[in-house]
Ligand binder design. Structure first.
Ligand SMILES: O=P(O)(O)OC[C@H]1O[C@H](O[C@H]2O[C@H](CO)[C@@H](O)[C@H](O)[C@H]2O)[C@H](O)[C@@H](O)[C@@H]1O
Length: 526
């Protein structure tokens, strides 16, 4: 039975928890904790304010599962009214501090682990292999300092592109779950925005961490017992085995397979009959054809005229990767919505400006990256740096093909040192953007919520050409009409679009047909 799906086009990375999800080690941990605490509680002199009942199953999931060792000791003992000092990493095993007791738990864990045989779950192996075959990158995370050793014993080291374990987390000073820091580090090392990452977890603290980090999807694994505790913690779906997770494209179409919008005009017209349009359009490669110099791109007068006509029939927005002022200047029409920097800054038809505050903390990183890249790339002929308020694009369209790899690796290098930024790939361009789960899809929904107030019940139509536009095409896949402007530059890639057109002039012709249709259906706007 399939309970949930990971679409490999929408999700480019999966972050797995280890114990209990990938390896059969949760029971070993649980037993080690039980042995530690039962012994400690039995030996501790009873007092009125402390509860010395034996360690139970609920205690494992409520207080220690998924947490760092010392947090587990402090949280569980705290729940029983007992407080011990944190101590420090040199404390001997069994010393009455969080570190000392944690070390004794680890000794018990390793004693039992030695005797265990098959550690890797079959369903985990099968899911990970499928994901990797479909091009999805995988990360393993664990609060355990024994993660590497367990993976090696399970023969699972090669299954993951990235590992963030207790040793690395301590070295980087990352707080444990339910804080999302460990997952953020994994997503950053996968070079994948959190919105395009799935978290697979069996611990309540891990589900809470995935939710707190706004990960694209958080899947709970309840191999035994009820799924309720994970659903209550915020899981999007809960499976009892990883066989219940499929990895398929929800809309499995390549650019060449998407029907041409002009030849399906009757179908489109029927869908829009007596309905208003809310139109959101990308700029470069969509409204205006791609050119070698971004500063010389102009909007044709035909395209400008048709946009003006359309804006008389319903709300129109331009959603671009360009800086807001740049794209506004190039389109040069009043009465439209404009969104720049991939939707991080927006302006309404009345001139009201909306900047997405969530991008602000990344400005320092963008400034630092810009300074570094200008210096590093100044000797690479053709490399061009294009700073937008909330994004930094490095163009390599005019770089010798033998040097484009160098450009990419310099950008990747700086991105690894700036966790507040994510990488995004476009047509002969690599960009750095705030890594805050905001993209053209989220920006499109934000725009639609505001634009639709001027045209309730209208059908959203989006047109775009690039990878970043796929987030928007996906966003309206179920309630709108998505149009991809095809180009040879991407090869025959997958798309969420319903229809395709070949080039910007074909899109202008389609917009003209839409304008006539909108004019017939609802003359005059608003
Ligand atoms: O979201 P868009 O409006 O499509 O903007 C995306 C990027 O477009 C521009 O770069 C692209 O167009 C250039 C001019 O045709 C071309 O030379 C470059 O190779 C393309 O990647 C723009 O310069 C970027 O800032 C935008 O992010």
């Amino acid at each position: 039975m399939v309970v949930t799906n990971i679409d490999p086009r929408r999700y480019r990375g999966v972050v797995f928890d280890m114990d209990g999800v990938i390896t059969d080690t949760a029971a070993v941990h649980s037993e080690a904790w039980r042995r530690l605490f039962d012994q400690y509680l039995a030996e501790r002199p009873p007092t009125a304010n402390e509860d010395h009942q034996p360690f139970g199953e609920a205690d494992y999931s409520d207080y220690v599962d998924g947490k760092r060792r010392i947090d587990g000791v402090l949280d569980f003992l705290g729940s029983r009214g007992i407080s011990v000092p944190r101590g420090d990493a040199d404390d001997p095993a069994g010393f009455e501090t969080a570190h000392g007791l944690g070390k004794l738990k680890d000794r018990y864990f390793l004693e039992t682990l030695t005797a265990a045989d098959a550690l890797l779950f079959d369903d985990a192996l099968s899911l990970i292999e499928t994901l990797r075959d479909r091009g999805v990158r995988t990360a393993i995370t664990s609060a355990s300092r024994n993660c590497r050793q367990v993976l090696r014993r399970a023969g699972a080291v090669q299954l993951f592109d990235v590992r963030v374990d207790g040793v690395l987390a301590d070295r980087l000073g990352l707080p444990g779950k339910p804080k999302p820091a460990v997952f953020f580090e994994a997503a950053r090392r996968l070079d994948t925005p959190v919105s395009a990452c799935v978290v697979v977890e069996d611990a309540k603290a891990g589900i809470q961490a995935g939710r707190a980090g706004s990960f694209g999807r958080v899947i709970g694994v309840a191999r035994t017992g009820s799924p309720t505790r994970l659903l209550d913690a915020g899981a999007d779906a809960v499976v009892s085995t990883l066989h219940e997770i499929s990895v398929t494209n929800s809309s499995d179409r390549r650019l060449s397979e998407v029907p041409d919008a002009h030849s399906r005009w009757e179908e489109i017209a029927l869908r829009l009959r007596d309905r208003r349009l809310v139109l959101v359009l990308d700029f470069d490669g969509t409204l205006a054809p791609i050119g070698t110099d971004p500063t010389e791109v102009v909007l044709s007068s035909q395209a400008r005229d048709v946009l003006q006509q359309l804006s008389r029939h319903g709300p129109v927005s331009i959603l671009s990767g360009r800086d807001l002022q740049d794209v506004r200047h190039r389109v040069h029409l009043d009465g439209l919505w404009y969104a720049g920097s991939h939707g991080f800054e927006l302006v309404g038809p009345d001139g009201a400006v909306f900047a997405q505050d969530i991008g602000e903390p990344a400005l320092r990183g963008l400034n630092e990256a810009e300074q570094f890249l200008r210096e590093e790339l100044k000797t690479v002929p053709g490399a061009r740096i294009d700073r937008k308020r909330f994004a930094l694009a490095v163009h390599f369209r005019n770089v010798h093909p033998g040097s484009t790899g160098e450009v990419r690796s310099v950008v990747e290098r700086i991105s690894r040192t700036l966790p507040m930024l994510r990488l995004a790939h476009g047509r002969q361009v690599i960009e750095l953007l705030p890594d805050v789960g905001w993209n053209k899809g989220r920006a499109l929904r934000w725009l639609l919520q505001r634009m639709e107030s001027a045209a309730p019940g209208a059908v959203p139509v989006y047109a775009g050409d690039d990878y970043a536009d796929e987030d928007a095409l996906h966003e309206i896949h179920d309630d709108g009409i998505g149009i991809v402007v095809r180009s040879r530059e991407h090869g025959d890639r997958l798309t969420w679009a319903h229809y395709g057109v070949d080039g910007s002039s074909s899109l202008t012709a389609l917009l003209s047909r839409l304008s006539s249709l909108a004019g017939q259906a609802r003359p005059g706007y608003p």
